[in-house]
Write a protein that binds this ligand. Structure first.
Ligand code: SAH
Ligand code: SF4
Ligand code: F3S
Length: 439
């Protein structure tokens, strides 16, 4: 029998790309491929790409350039580009990097097996359509009998919000939610294979909306139904938009024990003037009101956010307002980025502010955010929290889990603990993690 073909999948970008890559990996296993961890031994390389900032895109082209050597050694190698760069740039990718054989956008993955057969026949294959069907229904489920304790599940895709700076509405298409019937079935099958925690994913996950028997299933209803799966112990969701935070979802933080006390709610800027220019369609006050209601519902909730500094026209006073907002909120964790002009977005037409100003503001913001993150972790020292043990640590006899607030927690313990939720006393903290002791 001929050796099986090997595929190497490299993933950039957000958690939705991680989920997509997993599902594509499973689909290719069904097609007779083995997954390999090294591009050098691969017959097929797939790069799952992110278009969100210019740097992310440049990284991908340099990655593709590196595969030239691999291709020189094994001319039969096929190279495919998937994800958001594929969607945005289409055949331009093949023009810029002729090594590429296949380009497939995020909504066409179920067509990948057929495209690969065309590629095998020596053709170049490109598909950047936005078909309306749920691609995940057509991608085979995993054949693995045992899965790691924490899993992702995409419930919603795309975005209709059109923030002035953002490519997502163009790369992922308009908002679409998957059927709750399929999602509950997928969740049950994950749990049967050992999954204990599910993170529901969507570009606007709290915009989840599915009409079933004339009833609108929002995210709160979906979470409540998932929570009935008894061996599913923890539920998370990301990323949310302030304008889609419904009353029922806010209340759920206080009533549904399985919903973890962690909310990633990006605002991007603390200045109403900048929010308006960004087309965010909400004010700072509206955002703060949501946070205080979430905190009323669940006082210990950890808040996380995203920020863009140096949006066109941002003044020092606007930036100060962002710093003040952070002082108010005291984020447990946050991501911050320099504004990056993206082709085809409305903000790309605006005059940019200087790179030095952007860098300087980013470092001021990041040092403040880091201070708050440290305070949050420091407050946890000496207290007990439940930790879901997810994997073996790097050190002998060490395991790693997650606190309710999503931080990695390192502790001494045996591998029998994998998949268990145990009480841990926090002993010390580092920038992004905690160290604890099992009680
Ligand atoms: N749907 C989510 C965010 C998706 S993109 C939301 O609305 O919050 C993830 C983050 O990337 C954004 O929150 C934003 O902070 C950042 N981002 C998006 N476009 C960007 C750009 N053009 N330049 C810099 N950062 C950007
Ligand atoms: Fe992008 Fe705005 Fe949509 Fe988030 S809400 S994905 S930032 S357009
Ligand atoms: Fe990037 Fe696309 Fe996700 S642009 S952040 S991979 S939706």
């Amino acid at each position: 029998m001929a050796d099986k073909k090997r595929v190497f999948v490299k993933t950039y970008g957000c958690q939705m790309n991680v989920y997509d890559s997993q599902r594509i990996g499973e689909a290719l296993i069904s097609e007779g491929y083995d997954i390999t961890g090294s591009p050098d031994s691969a017959d097929l390389i797939l790069v799952n790409t992110c278009h969100i900032r210019e740097k992310a895109v440049e990284k991908i082209y340099s990655e593709l350039g590196r595969y030239k050597k691999v291709k020189d050694k094994s001319p039969e190698l096929k190279i495919g580009v998937m994800g958001c760069v594929a969607q945005a740039e289409g055949k331009e990718i093949i023009r810029r990097q002729p090594l590429v054989d296949l380009v497939v956008g995020p909504q066409s993955y179920h067509r990948l097996p057929k495209m690969l057969r065309n590629v095998e026949a020596g053709e170049k294959a490109i598909d950047i359509d936005f078909p309306t069907e749920d691609k995940f229904l057509y991608l085979p489920k995993t054949k693995k009998k045992k899965l790691p304790p924490a899993a992702f599940l995409t419930v919603q895709e795309g975005c209709d919000k059109f923030c002035a700076f953002c490519v997502v509405p163009y790369t992922r298409g308009s908002e679409a939610s998957r059927s709750p019937v399929h999602l509950l079935a997928e969740a049950r099958s994950l749990v049967e294979k050992g999954v204990v925690e599910i993170t529901l994913l969507g570009q606007n996950v709290n915009g989840y909306s599915y009409i079933r028997h004339n009833e609108d299933w929002g995210l709160a209803r979906l979470i409540s139904e998932l929570a009935k799966i008894s061996d599913l112990k923890r539920i998370r969701f990301t990323t949310s938009h302030p304008n889609d935070m419904t009353d029922s979802l806010i209340k759920l933080f206080g009533t549904e024990e399985k919903l973890m006390p962690y909310l990633h709610l990006p605002i991007q800027s603390g200045s109403d003037r900048v929010l308006k220019a960004m087309n965010r369609r909400h004010s700072v006050e509206h955002y703060l009101r949501i946070l205080s209601r979430v905190r009323e519902s669940r006082p210990d909730v950890a808040i996380s956010g995203d920020f863009i500094v140096g949006f066109p026209g941002e003044t020092e006073a606007d930036f100060q307002a962002t710093l003040e907002l952070c002082e108010d909120v005291k984020y447990a964790q946050a991501y911050s980025f320099k504004y990056s002009s993206r082709p085809g977005t409305p903000a790309a037409k605006l005059k940019e502010i200087g790179e030095d100003t952007k860098s300087e503001r980013l470092s001021r913001l990041q040092s403040l955010l880091m201070q708050h993150q440290k305070q949050f972790q420091q407050n946890m020292i000496g207290r007990r929290y439940s930790v879901l043990i997810e994997k073996e640590g790097k050190e002998q006899g060490q395991v790693v889990g997650r606190s309710p607030y999503l931080q990695p927690v390192f502790l001494q313990g045996s591998l029998d603990l994998l998949g268990k939720i145990i009480p841990v006393e926090m002993k010390s903290y580092r920038t992004n993690s905690l160290e604890g002791k099992m009680i």
